[in-house]
Design a protein around this ligand. Structure first.
Ligand code: GLC
Ligand code: CA
Length: 476
């Protein structure tokens, strides 16, 4: 595991982090300019959502060249500079590796069609459904053949049973490692391998364990994803990566992530991200992932932000919970400022309705730009006058200073999680000499353990015996 074992990794969504050239879209030079923010937070590294050339149908997850930087974001020189500047600050850099599909505009799709998954006859060969809805098969008009796409039709799936694909993706891994990156977040890798016989997925008769889009969730994806030999594909990525860090986005419940974890440093514990703010649900999410290999996460560019999802009144305790669990923790940009989702349908750019959590980071109070750009932001700041990094810096009651304190204190926490009995509405666990308690309710609750308070999210509101409403506390 190495450096990542206790690391906080900051997720940068490049399009919305910082614009340096006034075109309203974040870029690599902007990220470089704001590296001190990430370093001063106490993060050990950053994960960059995709920076590669892309037609932008899935905001960069539809890649048309794995070995370049999208001109929107800069170029390879700007990338090298960013990696150097990050390393000078002791920040590691993880890239997003998207191995399951390409953009339909990737030259492979026209020049190397054998690298993709095609139906044998002139019809969809099975009932597979795309994650974002509709059939997972689309007819390519030029060839008159049907190709598979687990996401948007503009994102054809690569055929990982073709050794050429494996070798090409291994080259991609080595290309970026040679440029100095420290590892990768592996996108949606439960989909790397499918049933070679392409059998129908049966209807879902058991709960999946994590939320799924409605139509996709009607089937049990035993054939369209996560084929029994999927470990071979993950092993091939590991072989190319050597001892670089690999964190998997494996969208499967914890008990099915084992084969992936044999080859990865960690995989996101999505149970916690999706848990309602309820003590029982949170305990269950922690217990399900206590076996090791969990990368803890409460938000990312795909789901509503924490204050929007669990209520702003719970956001401080949520930060405390996230940052006191053992193993790596991922913080999505803007969470450290308490940012909320933009109201509205959220489908101006993303057909799947995820714009809401992708609005720019609010650096300064300016309502129009939030200090994110000198131009017109591609998406407007949500509430920069109320929430921004400048005002929060040095304010002891701010979310930003809470994050900094928690990350600093986290270095002292050691040992596995031992869940403790607690009164209704309270999640509590011990880690070595420390105990952590979170009150999920609007009423005060009995503090389940004795000890001196090291940190409270609501200092002065509770007392030694009682947690205040919404309070999180670390004692020792
Ligand atoms: C991952 C990404 C998501 C993207 C999908 C397809 O889940 O986080 O943003 O749409 O993969 O690449
Ligand atoms: Ca820009």
């Amino acid at each position: 595991m190495g450096w990542i074992e206790k690391a906080v990794i900051y997720q940068v969504y490049p399009r919305s982090f910082q614009d340096a050239n006034a075109d309203g879209i974040g870029d690599l030079a902007g990220i470089e300019r704001r590296l001190d923010h990430i370093a001063q937070l106490g993060a050990a590294g950053l994960w960059l959502s995709p920076i590669y050339p892309s037609p932008g149908v899935d905001m960069g997850y539809d890649i048309s060249d794995f070995g370049e930087v999208d001109p929107l974001f800069g170029d390879l020189h700007a990338f090298d500079r960013l990696v150097r500047s990050a390393h000078e600050r002791d920040l590691r850099v993880l890239l997003d590796l998207v191995p399951c599909h390409t953009s339909i505009e990737h030259p492979w799709f026209s020049e190397r069609p054998e690298r993709y998954v095609w139906a044998g006859g002139d019809a969809p060969p099975n009932n597979w459904v795309a994650n974002f809805g509709g059939s997972a098969w689309t007819r390519d008009a030029a060839r008159g053949r049907w190709y598979l796409h687990s996401y948007y039709p503009e994102m054809p799936d690569l055929d990982w049973r073709n050794p050429d694909v494996v070798a090409a993706m291994q080259d991609v891994v080595r290309f970026w490692l040679d440029r100095g990156v420290d590892g990768f977040r592996l996108d949606a890798i439960q989909g790397l391998m499918k049933d070679p016989e392409m059998r129908d997925d049966p209807p879902a008769t058991r709960p999946f364990g994590l939320p799924l889009p409605e139509e996709y969730g009607r089937l049990d994806h035993v054939h369209s994803a996560n084929s029994p030999d999927i470990g071979d594909a993950v092993a091939a990525l590991r072989a190319a990566a050597g001892d670089a860090t690999l964190v998997g986005e494996v969208y499967l419940p914890a008990e099915r992530r084992g084969p992936f974890l044999e080859h990865l440093d960690a995989a996101f514990a999505f149970e916690l991200l999706h848990a309602p703010w309820d003590a029982e649900a949170l305990r269950a999410a922690i217990a399900a992932n206590a076996g090791g290999g969990a990368a803890w996460v409460l938000s990312n560019h795909d789901f509503p932000r924490v204050p929007t999802r669990v209520g702003a009144e719970n956001a401080r305790a949520a930060a405390l919970l996230l940052l006191t669990l053992p193993g790596p923790a991922f913080v999505y940009q803007g969470e450290e400022l308490g940012q909320r989702d933009a109201p509205g349908p959220g489908d101006r750019y993303d057909r799947h309705g995820r714009d809401g959590c992708r609005h720019p980071v609010q650096w300064e109070p300016d309502a129009r730009t939030g200090g994110f750009t000198d131009g017109e932001p591609w998406l407007a700041p949500v509430d920069a006058p109320e929430r921004n990094a400048r005002d929060q810096t040095g304010d002891p009651g701010s979310m930003l200073e809470l994050y900094r304190d928690l990350i600093a204190l986290r270095a002292e926490l050691a040992g596995d999680v031992e869940l403790l009995d607690a009164t209704d509405g309270v999640v509590a666990f011990r880690r070595g000499a420390h105990a952590i308690a979170v009150n999920t309710r609007t009423t005060s609750a009995r503090m389940p353990v004795e000890g001196t308070a090291f940190l409270s999210t609501h200092p002065g509101d509770g007392d030694r015996e009682n947690l205040a409403p919404h309070e999180g506390r670390i004692v020792g």
